[in-house]
Design a protein around this ligand. Structure first.
Ligand code: CP3
Length: 343
């Protein structure tokens, strides 16, 4: 099996730098669009054969070193009892946002097998179909990022309702985070038992917090989740988006791998993280719109700067954009493999 990705997660020597792309299955691929033209997004997530099919598309097309389960971080929120819809214009919409105690009390801690069995079935199909070609990554939203969707009712600009609850009713905010943390742990444990060989926690909105609130209010739940998952023998990756201002805190989360976005210089990030964890990242997704020579220059720059880290997994600094030319994504993977290969 190609276990380069798992080795880099654990900080072991590899022949080259492994690479995968956040949101590597998606609309920039015509093969994905073809599947998606027949079913809506949630149906795609809930139909294991189709979810497995689109998970495999980037493995064949891009030649990446890991597969990531096709699903969405909002799936468990639906299982907690909220109504979820994806609208083409507004993105995700969750009915009846949670803003008081009754709302928090109403949320359930679902049994993954009963309410999200389709995710576990997708994982089982994928492990069979991948037959150890590359490892499979499972994922979940991190507790706080899930909380923002639950409280805001969808995406947000300034996260006013989330911060209002955090400042006006810290007890309730804590109770909500505690409930979501329990869900996250149970959900990812079930994914690992079903066959996920690594798991990633997406903290997409960590960067909108003050370092004070991140450290004192949010971070304890990150540590709790990571610690619980460390009971399994699979690497845990923690990706906090827009992490430059909080990396000193983030690095203490206990994860095997810290994912970093593109706003932070790889050398500075590597220095901050030290040998505590491997590092994942961090090409600006928009560099994939540049000519191939420039992509090569930027890949080389990141590879140079990641030298000496415990382990490096090349990735974008955030999800690939739907408008990205596929041939540039293919070229990027080839460039990472070629430039990093030990002579
Ligand atoms: O990485 C992968 O290939 C796995 C699939 C994956 C999706 N969403 C598929 C998706 C993963 C890992 C996610 C995570 C996710 N979802 C995050 C965390 C990562 C990040 O980007 O910060 C977040 C915040 C979401 C919530 C979400 N899902 C939003 C805000 C949207 C709408 C915006 C958009 O990109 O369309 C989605 C929809 C979504 N999730 C799509 C895909 C392929 C597009 C749906 C479509 O086909 O129309």
């Amino acid at each position: 099996m190609n276990d380069t990705f798992l080795k880099a997660c654990r900080g072991e020597e590899t022949d080259y730098t492994p690479v995968w792309l956040m949101r590597q299955a998606g609309r920039y691929l015509k093969e994905y669009q073809e599947v998606r033209s027949k079913v809506d997004f949630l149906t795609l997530c809930k139909t294991p054969e189709l979810a497995a099919k689109v998970t495999l598309q980037p493995i064949d097309i891009l030649n990446v070193d890991a597969a990531i389960l096709f699903s969405d971080i909002l799936i468990p929120i639906e299982a907690m009892g909220m109504h979820l819809e994806f609208s083409d214009k507004k993105g995700p919409v969750l009915g009846d946002p949670v803003r008081n105690k009754a709302g928090v009390d109403r949320l359930v801690i679902p049994d993954t097998e009963d309410s999200m069995g389709f995710v576990l079935e997708t994982i089982r199909i994928l492990r069979r179909e991948l037959s150890d070609r590359v490892p499979l990554i499972g994922f979940s939203g991190a507790p706080y990022t899930l909380a923002t969707y639950i409280i805001e009712g969808g995406s947000s600009k300034n996260f006013m309702h989330t911060k209002k609850m955090m400042y006006q009713n810290p007890g309730l905010f804590g109770a909500l985070l505690e409930k979501i943390t329990a869900v996250t742990i149970e959900y990812l444990s079930a994914q690992i038992r079903a066959g996920a060989q690594a798991v990633q926690l997406f903290d997409s909105w960590a960067g909108i917090l003050t370092p004070y609130d991140y450290e004192n209010v949010i971070f304890p739940y990150v540590k709790t989740a990571v610690k619980a998952l460390k009971k399994f023998d699979v690497p845990v990756i923690y990706f906090a988006n827009d992490c430059a201002g909080i990396l000193k805190i983030v690095k203490k989360c206990g994860a095997d791998v810290i994912g970093v976005d593109w706003r932070v210089d790889m050398q500075k990030a590597a220095k901050k993280i030290g040998k505590k964890a491997s590092i994942q990242g961090n090409l600006d997704p928009c560099v994939l719109f540049a000519p191939k020579e420039h992509i090569e220059e930027r890949v080389q720059d990141i590879l140079n700067k990641a030298e000496g880290t415990r382990g490096h997994i090349f990735n974008l600094g955030h999800g690939i954009l739907p408008e990205t030319p596929v041939e540039n994504a293919i070229a990027m993977v080839e460039i990472v493999h070629r430039l990093s290969r030990k002579k």
